[in-house]
Structures are given as C-alpha cells and as structure tokens.
Design a protein around this ligand. Sequence first.
Ligand code: GZL
Length: 306
Amino acid sequence: ACGAGDGSAGGSKGAAGDKIVMGFAQVGAESGWRTANTKSVRESAETAGIELKFSDAQQKQENQIKAIRSYIQQKVDVIAFSPVVETGWDAVLLEAKRAKIPVILTDRAIDSTDTSLYKTFLGSDFVEEGRKAGKWLTETANGPVNVAELQGTTGAAPAIDRQKGFKEAIAQKPDIKIVATQSGDFTRAGGKQVMEALLRSHPNINVVYAHNDDMGLGAIEAIKAAGKKPGTDIKIITVDAVKAGMQALADGEINYIVECNPLLGDQLMDLAKKVVKGESVPERVVTEETTFTTEQAKKVLKDRKY
Ligand code: GZL
C-alpha cells in the first residue's frame, strides 16, 4: 500500500504549485471530539494550501459512500475519510482505485484485507485506549466491581477495539465484571438514555466505562437524576479528553479519562501531499495521546485546545 506501487501515476499537483484538491467524507457531528477533528482538518487544509471539499454524513454509511462517489466524479486528487463502521467499503474504494484516486483513512479503520485500497491509516490505537482504561480500574478497584459499559457506534472500530482492550486489561482481576453493555452511539443523548435504562435494570452498578466523553456526560445526567453522585457513588471512566469531559474530570464527576487526539489535520495534509506526489508513506501512523486523572485535569484544563 506504500507509494505509487499500484501503478497510479505520481501526480504533478502540489509540486507545480497548482492546488491539491482533497475530498473529505466526515462521519458527522456527533460529539465534541468530532467537532474538534473537523476544525483541525479544515484549519490544516487552509494552512497547507489544499482545497478541501467536505461532507458530513450524519453518521450514516450510505451518505459517506455517496460523498466518496461524488469526489470520484469530481476527479479530486485525494480522498480522505473516517469510516463510520469497519465493514462495507471495498466496492467504493475499488472505484476510487480504478479512478486512480489515492485514499487515506483517518481516525477510524476498515476491516478490508485488501490494503491496496488505501495508502495509509492515520489514527489512534483504540485497543490501547481500552487497555489504559481497564488498567486504571484494575489498579484502583478494591474488591468486586460491577461495570456498565456504554459502547460507541455499533460496528465502529473505536467501539470494537475499546471494548477489546478494556476486557483484556480487566481480565487480570476476575472480580471486575462487565454486568451490562449497550451502545449509546457516541452521543450525549445516547449515553443518558442507556444509563437511565441500566440504572433501572442494574441497581448494583459501581463503575461506568463510556467509550467517549459525550456518553459519559449523558450518563452523569442520568446518575444525578437517579439521586446518586457521579464520580463518588458510581465511578466514571471515559475516552477522548475534550473540554467538557476534562471539566467534569476536574470537578470529580468523571474519575479518569483516556485521551484520544482529534488534532489529525496537519499529519493528514502532510500525508496527502506525499501521496499525491506518488511518494511512499507508512501504512500506519499512530497518533500520540495520554491519560488524565482529576489532579492532572485541574492543571491542564485552561491550556486545552479543544
Ligand atoms: C475516535 C473517534 C470517536 C470518538 C468519539 O477516534 O472515532 O468518534 O472517540 C467520536 O467521540 O464520536
């Protein structure tokens, strides 16, 4: 998948100074993370002098496929997208390949075994994010713990992998059990609805593991409405570290956040320039990110860019 090995001519665009045109098919605007990611892509395209065609799929795969098809029709120089779910991309990516338009995956991955369908995948290691969340719980739990898991979008790489990593990590302590798991679709409203239902069906929940801050913030609303103290009666672990999540962490309503860096714009534009010129790029670029406790959140909150 590296370089122009698939026979696509290395473009003269960018080198000769004429503008590279990128078609970007975004997932939607479902979370604070997504908003920050979109802002990063738009700003970085501007800075890189790349003309950006942008679409918001409202979290629907058919809309992303339509957008990719329209970019192929418009003969853009490069296509980048964050696949809302892992499956169902081979056909449209084959059309892009036949049209000799290179594709870059950003943020989320696809399950295709044909890695000639895209040049590189730039994004986080979601399994590692899940491991970090689980590791913190094994290190802080005393005795039996019942976990309610708020999953991200069904079939999305971050939802699948954050669950996988978390389960791997908590397997070290058999008395930490996931007693309920359900998708809140990465939205605040989804997290609230699922948490309201789980609180009724599982009165013995000690910990919530939410695949993103937004669902964790929704869960906080449900926990408060049930007369319980989030962060105290029920501990909360989330992933992302967007501003609203970090504020709740600083306030002690969330107990631990695993960062998922949305600022992929600059790296994406660098990769796009190389790919359009036919230069080889790494098949996988993993983003840098860390974790935060309440104390750490208090220190960095004012400096957070998103
Ligand atoms: C992760 C990204 C996820 C975020 C959510 O890279 O795909 O989607 O964790 C967002 O907030 O909705």
